[in-house]
Design a protein around this ligand. Structure first.
Ligand SMILES: Cc1cc2nc3c(=O)[nH]c(=O)nc-3n(C[C@H](O)[C@H](O)[C@H](O)COP(=O)(O)OP(=O)(O)OC[C@H]3O[C@@H](n4cnc5c(N)ncnc54)[C@H](O)[C@@H]3O)c2cc1C
Length: 564
């Protein structure tokens, strides 16, 4: 039980992907008193069961934020904006994400290192952190030369499903001119591949379990659930000394940190909390009547992988439905990482190819329930699967140039932030998407696709009528209408502009950010593994900066009692 004015060495705000790792690593030593606070509670059984991931959005485990309607992109969605699902639950994103395990490309991290002039972020130097958290259980990779890129002792079980339905597709992508890569987390990160998943023993590897649950008997690790942190507290010298929080039964708590406060609330909530605490753009904070403590571009530089869905009709089939194994990913799939510009070492687009059996409702669940596309669009996809297998395709622009912004709606911590994604605000992103879609669908000209009379599903988008179907101008029109999210928000408290290379917030002390908001730019893949790596690296830096864990100081408690 945590009591009002209780003191800890470290307070971590957010027990998500990164925050749980920080809480775990800092509490390894019994002399450090660690408190981690999350607005959510324990993940439900559906979260632990891999096949049920699509049922978690829009529940109490989701913050249920939405983006602003820009009257330009995503107009195919019923709310004319996007559902920005993110975990309000222990484990955060790792409790409800789509389970892909991918690290991105070495060049992604090398560019971070250049941005912050700190070589400790180069891939060569952060690889050890990916390896540290991983427990790879794939016998093929472990018996290959690529095993040197993987860990076997970490908390995060990683497996690969090797389903026979995928082979024909890998052959087709090879015929279309793509490399087939054995392990995209190994030597080469471009090509089509069988994905690795954060599933082990048939169970999702959420950090709620892998880092908090398994350590619940540590007496120095305190986990405060269902409690919203509303503000970071500072003393008169701009040292972060604790937080205020609101419990589920609406009690206000003041909790004190003798050494540091670490914010791991995710790329949408971290900027909100920093701004509520006076750290952010001066003009915006003043307009919200918040006293400015540090004028920094918090909330700016918001990035997300732009996702476009496509459906392709494949083999005619009237096979009866096969019962689903709840401990597996619901559909077999292959993933492509493609650079059209062959001189690039990092992929430009990523594409998930979900091999969907005839008459399956899975794509329509994702289409309507998760992404929020209009019913009419999802109906086309459902109809396409009547009597035919389909490929349900999710194509992501990995390095959009557009930037969005998170701002405060008000100075009330209970209010959601305003999220302007800025999707396609840089025109080059739309041109790129048209190129990527055009490039991807060339696979329909391969022998296998031709043999099964593969057909790209026409979604009958009124505004694209008159354009030659599947031409480049058609894909440009299609992409603009169909833009959705891959839920990979990042960059809103970026290294180099809001935090330094050691993740310390600029111009204040004892305050760090450790989550995906510190990414200066997005990586070439899904972002959970990178969040865990950031958590690992942050923990090491914090330990190094606080070599001694001395006696508790009553100073800050007294200080706050005096002014309360
Ligand atoms: C639907 C979906 C599918 C995805 N699929 C994949 C995938 O397949 N593979 C992959 O690699 N990545 C995927 N991602 C992305 C990945 O899960 C996230 O990038 C990652 O979890 C982000 O980690 P984080 O630590 O930055 O934030 P989070 O994991 O979001 O953690 C933030 C935590 O802080 C808590 N919090 C926020 N504000 C407060 C506050 N004021 N007080 C107290 N607590 C607070 C939240 O409740 C949450 O637990 C997906 C994400 C989503 C949403």
């Amino acid at each position: 039980v945590v009591v009002n004015y209780e003191e800890f060495d470290f307070i971590i705000v957010g027990a998500g992907s990164a925050g749980s790792v920080v809480a775990d690593r800092l509490s390894e030593c019994a002399a450090r008193r660690v408190l981690v606070i999350d607005a959510g509670g324990d993940p439900p059984l559906e979260s632990m069961t891999p096949a049920l991931f699509s049922y978690l959005p829009h529940t109490k485990y989701d913050w249920n934020f939405t983006s602003e309607n820009d009257n330009y992109t995503s107009q195919s969605h019923s709310i004319k904006a996007l559902n920005l699902t993110s975990g309000r639950v222990l484990g955060g994103g790792s409790s409800l994400n789509y389970l892909m395990y991918v690290r991105g490309c070495a060049g992604d991290y090398d560019s971070w290192a250049r941005a912050v002039r700190d070589d400790s972020w180069s891939y060569r130097n952060i690889l050890a952190y990916f390896i540290k958290s991983e427990r790879l259980e794939d016998p093929d990779i472990l018996s290959s030369p690529d095993c040197v890129f993987h860990g076997t002792d970490g908390f995060l079980g990683v497996t690969r499903e090797n389903r026979k339905e995928t082979y024909t597709y890998l052959d087709a992508f090879k015929e279309a001119g793509h490399d087939i890569v054995f392990d995209v987390n190994g030597r080469k990160s471009i090509g089509y591949t069988l994905p690795l998943l954060t599933v082990a023993n048939g169970i999702r590897q959420t950090t709620a379990y892998t880092n908090l649950g398994v350590n619940k008997d540590r007496e120095n690790l305190h986990i405060l659930k269902n409690t919203l942190v509303s503000k970071i507290l500072f003393d008169e010298n701009n040292n972060a000394i604790g937080v205020t929080a609101i419990t589920a039964d609406n009690r206000k708590l003041t909790l004190l940190a003798n050494k540091e406060v670490i914010i791991s609330a995710g790329a949408l909530n971290t900027p909100k909390l920093l701004m509520l605490s006076g750290i952010g753009p001066k003009e915006h904070l003043e307009s919200m009547k918040i006293k400015v403590r540090s004028d920094l571009p918090v909330g700016m530089n918001l990035q997300d992988h732009v996702n476009i869905i496509v459906s392709i009709k494949m083999e005619a089939s009237s096979a009866p439905p096969v019962p689903q194994n709840p401990n597996q990913f619901p559909i077999p799939f292959v993933v492509g990482y493609v650079a059209i510009n062959k001189s690039r070492s990092c992929a430009e687009y990523q594409v998930f190819n979900f091999i969907t059996p005839n008459d399956s409702e899975s794509p329509s669940d994702l289409c309507e329930f998760n992404y929020g596309y209009e019913q009419s669009i999802c109906r086309h996809i459902l109809e396409a699967g009547k009597g035919r297998n389909t490929l349900f395709v999710n194509l992501n622009h990995l390095h959009p140039k557009s930037r969005g912004r998170v701002t405060l709606r008000s100075n009330n911590p209970q209010n959601s932030p305003i999220v302007n994604l800025g999707t396609l605000s840089d025109d080059r992103d739309l041109d790129d998407l048209a190129d990527y879609l055009y490039d991807y669908v060339q696979v329909v000209n391969t022998t296998y696709f031709r043999n099964v009379n593969a057909e790209i599903v026409d979604l009958n988008i009124p505004r694209c009528k008159g354009l030659q179907f599947a031409s480049r101008p058609y894909w440009r029109c299609y992409a603009l209408y169909m833009t959705t999210t891959m839920f990979h928000y990042a960059g809103t408290s970026a290294m180099g502009s809001v935090v330094d290379g050691r993740l310390r917030v600029l111009r204040v002390q004892r305050l760090r950010v450790a989550d995906n908001s510190v990414m200066p730019t997005l990586i070439s893949g899904n972002t959970n593994a990178a969040a865990l790596m950031i958590g690992e690296k942050a923990s090491d830096m914090i330990k190094r900066d606080h070599p001694q864990t001395g006696p508790q100081h009553a100073y800050y408690a007294q200080y706050y009692r005096r002014i309360d």
